[in-house]
Design a protein around this ligand. Structure first.
Ligand code: UT7
Length: 349
């Protein structure tokens, strides 16, 4: 059975740099708080009207496709991960297919938030291994800046997120020393509501134990997206940051060790770990726990903030562009986020 390898990788981050101080025009916050708690100095915001999650994905995809030595016409499957799609439906996969004038290939949308890219990579890996497809485009892209609460009320979330996109092209390889060795996917829905965007949605506050049996269809439909929701800022993401932090620092090391053990490696064998860029403090905790050196862990949250599904491919691409990853290097990718979902992938570059 062939393995899949990353044949090409690309990233796109919007031009506009937004510093921590820039956010003070909207909310009570300060640079020191943000840097101390998260490591973030600045993030990028997409052009408000001219850039979308899909257009950024297209830019990253063009680079990945070119570096893979192929063309958009040769791509035979798309897997697109995002939590900030252009539309509630259809997903961004078909919009990318249209924008890049690809053939009428399958386009799969993945909704696993911060772990989205790794879930997408794992799905693509299985399709390559079975021989079903030979050129799969895997994308993670986010336009967070369009869906955040920019008042002081939302500051614990708004300061964290940034926009951007990353993409890879997966192809089969027979080379023993290259390719994706294994992927590991997990979920625990017990805490689904502690990092979530509830609205618009069909939940009718079911999870909060509220009863709406007396409402008629028209009233219930109003609950999908109502004026009251907007007035009460219920259309923005919610996060219990400390609860997420506590779980993340357990699950990140666990899923990394799972990948290493599966393939007979130790943490010292990792050439570079690319953790999802959730919080620099989480990455530092993981580094300490696994006894990794600074050189073994790549962080760029300082410049881009948390770009959820885009963070792993953006960081992987940047590390590779800086010459930090060479052919044959053992690379570990890991992510944790809303769901909760978490995942890892171990590969030989
Ligand atoms: O990728 C998705 C997964 N997400 C994560 O992994 C996030 C994990 N969690 C975190 O990174 C941290 O919990 C945060 C960085 C989000 C927050 O840090 P924290 O130490 O947990 O702060 P907190 O939410 O407990 O808030 C502490 C204080 C509060 O003030 P009081 O009540 O102590 O007076 C907040 O109101 O900090 C205040 N605060 C802020 N102050 C200035 C919250 N946000 C801000 C802000 N600027 N932006």
């Amino acid at each position: 059975m062939p393995r899949s390898k990353i044949a090409g990788i690309g990233k796109y981050v919007p031009e506009r740099v937004v510093t921590n101080d820039d956010l003070k025009q909207y909310m009570e916050t300060d640079d020191q708080w943000i840097q101390e708690r998260t490591g973030i100095k600045e993030r990028r915001y997409a052009h408000r009207t001219e850039e979308t999650t899909t257009t950024m994905a297209v830019e990253a995809a063009k680079i990945a496709i070119e570096r893979a030595g192929t063309t958009a016409a040769e791509i035979d499957f798309i897997v697109f991960a995002t939590l900030s799609p252009d539309y509630y439906f259809p997903g961004c996969g078909v919009l990318l297919q249209r924008a890049m004038q690809m053939k009428e290939v399958g386009a799969l949308d993945v909704r696993n938030q911060c772990s989205g890219f790794l879930y997408a990579l794992s799905v693509a890996d299985q399709f390559i291994k079975t021989g079903m497809y030979r050129n799969i485009l895997v994308v993670g892209s986010e336009k967070h800046s369009f869906g955040l609460d920019f008042t002081t009320r939302g500051r614990n979330i708004s300061v964290i997120f940034g926009d951007g996109a990353g993409a890879v092209v997966l192809q089969p390889t027979e080379e023993e020393s290259r390719g994706i060795l294994s992927t590991h996917l997990h979920s625990d829905g017990e805490s689904a509501e502690i990092l979530a965007m509830y609205n618009p949605g069909t939940h009718a506050n079911h999870w909060a134990g509220k009863q709406y049996a007396d409402f008629d269809d028209a009233e219930i439909a109003q609950m999908f997206m109502s004026h009251a929701m907007i007035d009460n800022a219920q259309n923005f993401p919610f996060m219990d940051g400390q609860a997420v932090f506590k779980k993340a620092v357990v699950k990140f090391p666990e899923v990394i060790m799972e990948a290493l053990e599966k393939n007979g490696y130790q943490s010292s064998d990792i050439r570079i770990l690319i953790p999802h860029q959730a919080n620099l403090r989480i990455s530092q905790f993981v580094q300490q726990k696994l006894k990794l050196t600074d050189e073994q862990v790549y962080n760029n949250i300082q410049q881009y903030g948390n770009t959820t599904a885009a963070s792993v491919p953006i960081a992987l691409c940047e590390a590779w562009e800086k010459g930090k990853i060479k052919e044959g290097d053992l690379v570990c990718l890991a992510a944790f986020g809303s769901g909760f979902t978490w995942a890892s992938a171990l590969l030989k570059w």
